[in-house]
Write a protein that binds this ligand. Structure first.
Ligand SMILES: [Zn+2]
Length: 370
């Protein structure tokens, strides 16, 4: 195991923040796994603890056939953002920006330089494109903020990987994945091993999240250069490992084993691994995900557990104004799986309270909320 340390720019004088990357194994394939980019989403960090322990063992046994980079603390800035006993790990205090938005657009940066360079040899194209991505990131001007510096470092480590797993969680949730629809067949075994309850697919969710900043450039370049053979060479997904409180040890161990078995399937780890379960949820379009809001302020009672299969018209939650007794029941507008519930129990204007993964597209434009 090699520990690689990067010092983040723009630390306040007298302080210093570091990004630590743990590198295991070597070989032609590469996987990159990071946890807790939203720094208060800790199930991924807990799984990373298990992954680190197991990868050390597997490396000592000579079973790593590829390189695996693990970043258990992808966001040291957000991890320190505790304000009066409340952790705010999603938005940077300094700027208000979401830590998982506005990653650098690699396709736009490298497309001009690739013009005329790509042919019909897929593996050669992959090498050329990865080199161009690294060169583009190396030649960026110095970061103008600590957050930008962090994002550039994460992308540098991830952009040349074959597999990228960005470990997050939601408030109260079943395990669910976000990915490009083209990647679903390859990701299905991972979803099955993690007993995912929903998989949301979109070619572009809007917001330039980390997983899309890794996977989407290949799709864009393939469309930009239709005469060239450009595979979707970076299988990147955001894995939402359940809810904020899901850091129990047995669960973390099982999820780490599921991820390792998936990496073995991808050719990164040798040896015998249990096959992926046959049963798996279906993938549904992210455009089909309903975000349910309260019609007025009030205290919230949920009427369904996470993971419930609901029909359009089934009640999701009720909202009660305790002063004027206004009472509303909010129902699903689509058939699907109730895959996320908000953690707060007071309805706020503009904040969703429940999400239902349905099959029929009902939204368009920017699909990600902030
Ligand atoms: Zn997150």
């Amino acid at each position: 195991m090699q520990r690689i340390e990067h010092i983040l720019p723009w630390s306040s004088p007298g302080t210093e923040r570091r990004l630590s990357v743990f590198r295991f194994g070597s070989g032609p394939c590469k996987a990159y796994i990071q946890a807790s980019l939203h720094a208060d989403e800790l199930p991924g960090m807990r799984v990373a603890v298990e992954l680190k322990r197991r990868l050390r063992e597997l490396e000592a046994q000579g079973r790593l056939s590829g390189m695996i980079e693990l970043v258990p603390v992808a966001n040291p800035i957000g991890l320190a953002q505790v304000f009066q006993a409340t952790h705010q790990g999603r938005f940077e205090f300094a700027s208000g920006n979401n830590f998982n938005r506005d990653f650098f657009d690699l396709a736009e940066a490298i497309a001009p330089a690739l013009n005329g360079c790509l042919g019909d040899d897929g593996p050669v194209n992959v090498r050329l494109i990865r080199a161009a991505m690294q060169a583009a990131l190396e030649s960026l001007p110095p970061a103008t903020s600590e957050l930008q510096g962090l994002q550039q470092l994460l992308l540098k480590h991830a952009c040349d990987a074959d597999v990228v797993l960005d470990l997050h969680c939601d408030f109260e949730a079943v395990v669910h994945l976000y990915a490009l629809p083209q990647h679903w067949p390859q990701l299905r075994p991972l979803a099955a091993r993690l007993a995912a309850g929903a998989v949301l697919t979109a070619e572009e969710s809007g917001g330039s999240s980390f997983d899309e900043s890794c996977s989407l450039p290949w799709l864009r370049l393939a469309r930009c250069f239709p005469e060239a053979n450009i595979p979707l060479a970076c299988l990147a997904t955001t894995v939402e490992l359940g809810g904020m409180a899901d850091t129990d040890k047995p669960q973390a161990e099982a999820r780490a084993e599921g991820i390792l078995a998936f990496l073995a399937e991808q050719g990164l780890i040798a040896g015998d691994w249990p096959p992926a379960p046959q049963a798996c949820c279906e993938a549904t379009p992210f455009e089909g995900a309903e975000y349910a809001y309260a019609p007025h302020a009030g205290v919230v009672s949920f009427l369904q557990p996470v993971g419930a299969r609901v029909k359009a018209g089934d009640p999701l939650f009720e909202v009660i104004d305790p002063l004027d007794d206004r009472h509303s029941t909010v129902c699903a507008s689509t058939d699907g799986v109730l895959y996320v519930r908000e953690r707060m129990r007071f309805a706020q204007p503009g904040l969703w309270l429940a999400k239902v993964a349905g099959r029929t597209p009902i939204r368009q434009g920017r699909l990600l909320s902030d």
